[in-house]
Design a protein around this ligand. Structure first.
Ligand code: ADP
Ligand code: ASP
Ligand code: MG
Length: 452
């Protein structure tokens, strides 16, 4: 059994869904279970309309519902022609429900994480219905399974924690019987439901990869295939560095670091459940299914530099206290403050008298800073970015750091951090320098043109 996951661009419109059906058909003899994301852009549109409605802008929110309805109906008609009535009716009923929810939000004037999950989960519910109908028309023996019955989580809306035992139990009960009888279960990624209450939850943005990996791990799949719109994992985000090239094999740890530092091609947490079970994960291009993609494995070649990742929109928090830093328990108290304010820390660097950390999430920053002031002078630099160089053998020999700093040239560095495991060298730069920094590093570590 294998698990296939198709991202938003792989189901963006009728043409993409047809290609995806072809890929599923080509894997039919390997007993696939299929996860699909929402049609590209849908989750953003849903979140946008929920926010609009709760601000009282009901007309705009309802217009967004109708735009999304039109888009889904058009694709269904293009895929199924006169046979689209059944799925169009089902989808239409869902859009009616969505409009009613928008109205309710506009009355309440308040958007809780729980209602936001209910709304953002519509994208995958719709796309899975549409894909099932399209795959059937393609002659595939598919079976729609409501992901919420399988993907059991806790009640942390917006970033729900999956319950692997409950998922394994549900997977054995609701998915494997279909697989054994030659049918192909199709589910929406990203969505789940809270254990006990059954209320809809989501796994966090980009979470469809996570759904695939959780079920793959729970049911001990032979492999997991993440189908997207690029040839695999590349040496950098191709939108940032156009010479980026395909990496054939990447280590699990390398991929996790790259994902966490901005290589959006994979959800950072995707790797974990599959790693634990030793299941190979492939990243493949649904526009070019004949490609070989990237294999993510335990046992990659030990390269000094495998790839670069980067992200803007990072905030640097510096705490300076000449007296306290060396005192026992200072770091503990400091990081407890971050934990208390639900702010996770990315990169850390310390000197004798100061600690600098980067954070992505600034929702609780004000309250956090108030607590940190008890520990020393606090300064906040917004508009920073990070660039990471990742390679399993990064620290071997010591020359990579020198080459990287040389390549970065006059770009101002606010912080440099080399992880103790030696797999990630991260620099903090001004947000506007992320792109040029990545380009310079790429030119230095991957000279020459991209493969055609
Ligand atoms: P999907 O909708 O299939 O989940 P995503 O948009 O989440 O696709 O991820 C694919 C995108 O990730 C690519 O289009 C690419 O721009 C971006 N990306 C960022 N870093 C990398 C990288 N190192 N390798 C490949 N793609 C990357
Ligand atoms: N549709 C969700 C999102 O846009 C999940 C995913 O695509 O993986 O975040
Ligand atoms: Mg994704």
């Amino acid at each position: 059994m294998i698990v296939l996951k198709f991202g938003g661009t792989s189901v963006a419109d009728a043409e993409a869904i047809r290609r995806t059906a072809g890929i599923v058909a080509s894997r039919q003899d390997r007993s696939p279970i299929v996860f699909v994301s929402a049609l590209a852009g849908t989750t953003n549109a849903l979140i946008g309309l929920a926010e609009q409605a709760s601000r009282g802008q009901l007309i705009g929110a309802l217009r967004a519902v109708e735009n999304s309805r039109d888009r889904h109906m058009e694709q269904a008609e293009s895929l199924l022609g006169a046979d689209c009535d059944e799925v169009c009716e089902e989808m239409s009923a869902m859009f009616d429900e969505l409009a009613a929810l928008a109205e309710a939000l506009s009355v309440l004037g308040d958007l809780t994480p729980r209602s936001l999950d209910t709304i953002s989960a519509f994208g995958e519910q719709l796309s899975s219905l549409l894909c099932v109908a399209a795959f059937k028309a393609h002659g595939l023996p598919v079976e729609h399974v409501d992901a919420r019955q399988v993907m059991i989580t806790d009640a942390t809306y917006g970033l729900a924690e999956p319950d692997p035992d409950a998922i394994a139990e549900a997977g054995h009960r609701l998915l494997l019987p279909h697989v054994r009888e030659g049918r192909i279960p199709v589910l929406g990624g990203f969505i789940g439901s809270a254990k006990g209450s059954g209320i809809t939850t989501t796994l966090g943005r980009g979470g469809s990869d996570y759904s695939a990996s959780l079920v793959g791990a729970a049911l001990q799949a032979e492999s997991i295939e993440i189908w997207t719109d690029v040839d695999g994992m590349l040496t950098a985000d191709p939108r940032v560095v156009k010479q980026a090239r395909l990496i054939d094999v990447v280590g699990f740890e390398e991929a996790a670091e790259l994902a966490a530092f901005g290589a959006k091609v994979l959800h950072p947490m995707t790797i974990a459940p599959a790693v634990r079970k030793g299941i190979p994960v492939y990243v493949l291009n649904s526009r070019r299914p004949e490609g070989t993609g990237t294999l993510i494995t335990f046992d990659p070649p030990r390269r000094k530099v495998t790839a670069l990742a980067g992200k803007g929109d990072v905030t640097l928090v510096k705490v300076r206290n000449p007296r306290m830093l060396l005192t026992e328990g200072f770091m503990l108290t400091l990081f407890q403050a971050f934990a208390r304010h639900h702010t996770s820390v990315d990169v850390v660097a310390t000197s004798e008298i100061s600690v600098s950390v980067t954070v992505d999430e600034t929702t609780h920053l004000e309250a956090l800073v108030t607590d940190l002031r008890a520990l020393g002078d606090v300064s906040i630099d917004r508009n920073r970015g990070v660039v990471s160089i990742v390679g399993a053998a990064l620290a071997d020999g010591g020359s990579t750091m020198a080459r990287a700093l040389d390549a970065l040239g006059d770009i101002r560095l606010h912080m440099v951090s080399l992880s103790a495991t030696g797999i990630n060298l991260t620099v903090v730069v001004d947000a506007e320098h992320v792109q040029p920094a990545m380009q310079r590093l790429h030119d230095a570590f991957f000279p020459g043109e991209a493969a055609p």
